[in-house]
Design a binder for this molecule. Structure first.
Ligand code: RP5
Length: 170
């Protein structure tokens, strides 16, 4: 478990430490937005009791949103969603056999009544941004940081484009 402090607002869970390279992109994005988070590897299949203990205590510990990444038979986000009404965002982990399409279909096909908001295959940054947008509904300072992130993103594309135009002219 990686822990960025005791006041984590986002819990990031993945099915295996082999998912860390993808899920660390969410940790990085949340750090950039100054949102404390935790990163855990708790398999729904290999350690279900530990997972249920984590989910059961998450809200009381101050976690507001859970990001769950899993690959293959990717049941982790759905199982977490079954045990909490905290918003759950699923990240399909790329796999060697099917490129992550298996993970995507496994995570996105939730039965009605138990939602998981699913991002693109490997889309951990967007999972972090979506978690930030949820938190920003009740956090004006975070809303400001998100708007600044969007502005910087747009400016960077505009600058690249204007530099490319300069090169075309030469
Ligand atoms: C899933 O199985 C994990 O989320 C991971 O993506 C995949 C493979 O896990 P390891 O065999 O690498 O531990 O549960």
């Amino acid at each position: 478990m990686a822990d960025q402090g005791t006041s984590a607002r986002v819990g990031i869970v993945c099915g295996s430490r082999s998912d860390f390279p993808v899920m660390e992109k969410a940790v990085e994005m949340l750090g950039r937005l100054e949102i404390p988070c935790e990163l855990h590897a708790i398999s729904a299949h290999r350690a279900p009791d530990l997972l249920f203990r984590f989910v059961g205590g998450a809200g009381e510990r101050g976690i507001c949103v859970i990001i769950a990444g899993a690959g293959g038979a990717a049941h982790l986000p759905g199982v977490i969603a079954a045990k909490t009404i905290l918003p759950v965002i699923g990240v399909p982990i790329p796999t060697q056999v099917n490129g992550g399409l298996d993970s995507l279909l496994s995570i996105v096909q939730m039965p009605k009544g138990i939602p998981v908001a699913t991002v693109a295959i490997g889309g951990a940054e967007n999972a972090a941004l979506l978690a930030a947008e949820i938190l920003a509904l009740a956090d004006p300072a975070l809303r400001g940081r998100l708007l600044a992130f969007r502005d910087a993103q747009t400016r960077s594309i505009e600058e690249d484009e204007s530099n490319a135009n300069l090169r075309d002219d030469s």
